[in-house]
Design a protein. Structure first.
Length: 155
């Protein structure tokens, strides 16, 4: 089975994370279940590390004023122009705060050896918003975008 860390994250998101992303209470049992489902132990452990790092980023204080973002060369290599524009679109549309934007970029960069498509990026944004307190409205708006419930127009 050629699964990757993102596939494990998607499986966890769809099956276990309805209310909030956090290290799952019985993570050992879930790891065994994932391995029995065919996921490699390495990918399972990396996915849990990814989620743990995400849960530690809740302490970032949002900035009050709008921030200007310049992507570094590593980010440009990982996130294509369409993905970078989408991040800016979400920030300008009020779905991502500048602090959450940085968490999204960090979590995308943390997926080593992964190509980050626009679809993967949308799911990363959704997971980040789910992990942050008081982001229910932004999460709901992003969920509509992910599931194509609203048309998305970039101007």
């Amino acid at each position: 089975m050629k699964e990757n860390i993102f596939d494990v994250l998607m499986y966890l998101f769809e099956n276990y994370m309805e209310d909030e992303i956090e290290i799952l209470p019985d993570s050992d049992a879930i790891k065994v279940e994932l391995q029995e489902a065919g996921f490699e132990s390495y990918e399972v452990n990396k996915a849990f590390d990814w989620l743990e790092s995400l849960s530690l980023q809740r302490a970032i204080a949002p900035t009050v004023s709008p921030a200007f973002r310049i992507f570094c060369s590593q980010e440009i290599a990982k996130l294509d122009l369409e993905s970078r524009n989408f991040i800016m679109f979400l920030e300008q549309g009020g779905i991502l705060s500048s602090a959450n934007r940085e968490i999204v970029i960090d979590r995308a960069m943390a997926l080593e050896n992964e190509e980050i498509s626009l679809e993967k990026l949308k799911w990363i944004v959704l997971m980040v918003l789910l992990s942050q307190p008081n982001e229910e409205i932004a999460f709901s708006r992003m969920e509509d975008i992910v599931y194509d419930l609203v048309p998305m127009y970039l101007h």
